[in-house]
Every structure is written in C-alpha cells, then in structure tokens.
Design a protein around this ligand. Structure first.
Ligand SMILES: [Zn+2]
Length: 331
C-alpha cells in the first residue's frame, strides 16, 4: 500500500488505469528532446514568420497520405476514457491546466501557421497540445516536425481534412482518423532520419518523441455515438474543452478573451484556441494569460499529462448533441 500514489478508491483506480494506458508516451526525457529540437532546427528556422499566417487555395484537393494505414494501432480505450472529455477533476493543489490549439485544414485550402503563438509558449516554457488535421501536417512538414520534436508539445488528431464526423460512416470515417495517424508516423520516421544524419544516437534522440498520436479532437467539436465509438475502438480519447477563447471570431478582442479565460480557468481545465492563421488575437491574449495564470500557481501541461493527474470528466456526447448541452465556442 505504501508504494501506491493514492488510497484504493474509485478515483484512484481511474487514475491508475489511465496512467497505465498512457505510460508509454510519457517516458519523456526533456533534455534529450531539447537537444533533438535544437540539433535539427536553428533559432531562425524555429522563429515566427508573419507571412506563414496566410492560407492559400490548394490547387489539387488533398490526396491520401503516402501511408494510409498506420503501423501502430492502439488497443480500445478503457471505460474511464470513453465519452467526450471536457476537463479533468483534480483533487490536489497542483493546479494543472491544458492549453490546446487546433490546426484545422480542409481538402481544398491550405491554412497557415500562427508561429507567434508557438514562440510565446516556448518563451513561457508553457506546455500545450496541438490538434492537427493530417492535411495540415502533410502541408506544413517543417512546422509539424518542430512541434513533434519539442518536449513542451503534444500533437493530437484533428481528422484528415476536417470533415464533420456526423456526416461520415464506414471506411470514410475510419480513414479520416487513420490517415492522420499514418501521416504522423511518416513524420516520426523523417525525424529519426534527420537525427541519424545529424550524428545522434537515434534511439536516444527519438525517445521523447511520441511514436504515435494518442488523442483526437473532432472537427468543429461535432460527434455522434458512432464517431465516439470509433475513436474509442481506435484507442483515441475524444478531447473537448470546458473553456473556449472564441479566437476564430474575426472581431475577437484579446483583452476580453484574456479576461474570460482568467475568470473561468480552474484546475483541470482544457482551453481551446487555434493556431492555423484563421485565429484572431490569440497571441495578444496569451501575452496576458500566460504570466497571470503562472502567477496564480497554474502549471501548463499537455492533455495526455492532464488525463493522468485526476479523473477525466466525460459527457456521453459532444456539445450540441444533447439538448441543453451547449457551448457557444464550439459552434
Ligand atoms: Zn478544427
């Protein structure tokens, strides 16, 4: 009993179950990863470029990735991780909080990259999770590799081409998730090739890089029972949020967004924002929020880290699916 992190209660068992499920990708060695990131990319390559915020039409609609079925498939989720997870109940004083940024991209248009957001997170040593469309990963390989090689960050699955999961069935629904898993694997292999070419011991250099995506966020925040069941069967917890910034709104005001985030943030919160260039005022909002939340004792963690720090609170459906279960930022 003395070796267990908590007494054997139901919340404790849930924490232990989730921890066992997630243990593999969390065997991170931050110093090694730091070295991987900075061995492979110069400060100039990592830095924000304003021109990258701009999207552009895609002349050819997004084809499937070079690999369509991932080599790594996860076991189905334990019951504690099923449903749409909005936050994590944390019973101690550690005040973890998860910032998330969606990198949405459809088949017909290449979106951008708001590197100012990423630079700010790095400056504040703030961990975050980026939910990327597979098409975004494929069209922004350098930025994707940088996010993957950075020990601060985690990359999640945001569908291949950001299709509404309620409109998909059968193979189309599966492909939308698995194409992104496969594209991520191709990028992991590219990172390993570059590490080797840089003279690094590949096994050590790659140890902190998650070999496979472990989370999904449904595009638009939409889902139905079939989409949730599919994600659970593929071993991908479906992550929603309990706090929206509202940054897709062209009239978003950074001061008001920051005030709302600071008013509503609580330990275990999952905050949704965007970083694909279709977002507005996100960096200015973060300049206020990051130091203030840190001053209040919050510590920024990835969603996978958050899931093992408490009890995930999941709804049976996504926002808008159940009458009265509505979130303005998800629509
Ligand atoms: Zn999206």
């Amino acid at each position: 009993m003395r070796d267990l992190p908590c007494r054997i209660t139901l919340p404790c068992l849930i924490v232990l179950t989730v921890a066992a499920w997630l243990l593999c990708p969390l065997q991170a060695a931050p110093l090694q990863a730091q070295s991987l990131l900075h061995r492979l990319f110069t400060p100039e390559q990592l830095a924000f470029s304003p021109a990258e915020r701009q999207g552009r039409p895609r002349p050819v609609r997004m084809p499937p990735p070079e690999r369509t079925v991932p080599l790594r498939l996860h076991p189905p989720l334990p019951s504690a991780l099923r449903g749409s997870i909005r936050r994590v109940r944390v019973d101690d004083d550690s005040k973890p909080i998860a910032l998330t940024f969606d990198l949405c991209q459809t088949a017909g248009r290449v979106t951008g990259y708001d590197g100012e957001v990423v630079d700010l997170l790095r400056q504040h040593n703030a961990s975050a999770t980026f939910f990327a469309s597979g098409a975004w990963l494929a069209d922004h390989p350098e930025r994707a590799l940088q996010l993957m090689a950075d020990p601060l960050f985690e990359v999640g699955n945001h569908g291949w081409t950001h299709r509404d999961p309620r409109t998909l069935a059968g193979e189309a629904a599966v492909d939308e998730l698995l194409y992104t898993q496969a594209q991520y694997e191709l990028l992991v292999e590219e990172l390993a090739r570059r590490a080797e070419a840089a003279g690094m011991t590949t096994q050590d250099a790659m140890a902190p890089v998650a070999p496979s995506i472990r989370l999904v966020r449904f595009p638009f925040g939409y889902c139905n029972a079939a989409a949730l069941a599919l994600a659970a069967d593929l071993g991908l917890p479906a992550i929603q949020w309990d706090l929206v910034t509202g940054d897709p709104d062209p009239h978003a005001n950074p001061g008001r967004m920051a005030a709302e985030v600071l008013r509503r943030a609580r330990p275990g919160s999952i905050i949704i924002a965007h970083a694909n260039g279709n977002n507005h005022g996100t960096a200015a909002m973060l300049r206020r929020v990051l130091p203030e939340l840190a001053r209040q004792g919050f510590r920024f963690v990835t969603v996978s880290e958050l899931l093992i720090l408490g009890t995930p609170e999941a709804a049976k459906g996504c926002y808008g699916e159940i009458p009265g279960d509505y979130d303005k930022g998800g629509r």
